[in-house]
Write a protein of this length. Sequence first.
Length: 277
Amino acid sequence: MTVTNVICITNILRYYPTVQLHGIGEVIVDKKSILVGNSAVTARCRRVGTEGDYVIKCYFRDVDDLGDIYPNNYYPEALFVYDIFGYTDLVDVVMLKWFPGESLDKHIYNPECNFRVLSHNFDAIAALFLDNHNMHGDITAQNIIVETHGEINIIDSIESNKNINGNGTEEYNNPLRAIFIPDKHIDDHAIVIISSLLAALAIDRTLLERITMFGALHIDTYNDFLISLIAEVLKDRDDIHYNILQMLENNTGTINGLSLALRHAVMEIIHDYDTIL
């Protein structure tokens, strides 16, 4: 598909009162929610005649084995598009449940953000995720939705472990990921980074300013510098999360005991809260 298809998909979602999707039916698109990603145009929508919101992903690039990745929510050739030259195409669509809230990468800049609550909730859901042997392949701050009271949802997760995104997002990847066969530990590195970062921000919010300033420089050693900043805050102030961060040392792709460590962190926060009360 071409850039023209991206424009056509976007225009259909933006300007049509309702959009007909084969196998799904008519949907009403939230025009303000339309985003263009690396391989798909996404938008929040509502199916006509039903309750509840969804997100549709209309693919303008070929993605291998979408049917295996999303066996229950994949609709091949569901959207009919045509471009300004009169050419037509059929676009594959994936429809998933919509989670209200904002992505973590935006929420952390909210002055009312409660990092202690976020840290607890992320550790809890990450431990459950690992205990269930789930595999995501691209856990990032963009793929974590924070609801009104700090509840967390990890979105864009695949439905089948048969096919995992081989690339992920560089800032969250194990540096050796490219040579590993994806397994249940594929998300360990990203979970450690996010867990330790939120714990550090719960101690010192000013860390966010230093991270933002450094990240804007696009330096190749961003990950190493980020980890050193987090470690500086956690050391001697949060032993559990400091030890979780140290799990990245000599990480060959498998971090054993991560789920247990996260559960210990959750229980420690609950204990501290009870002590305060």
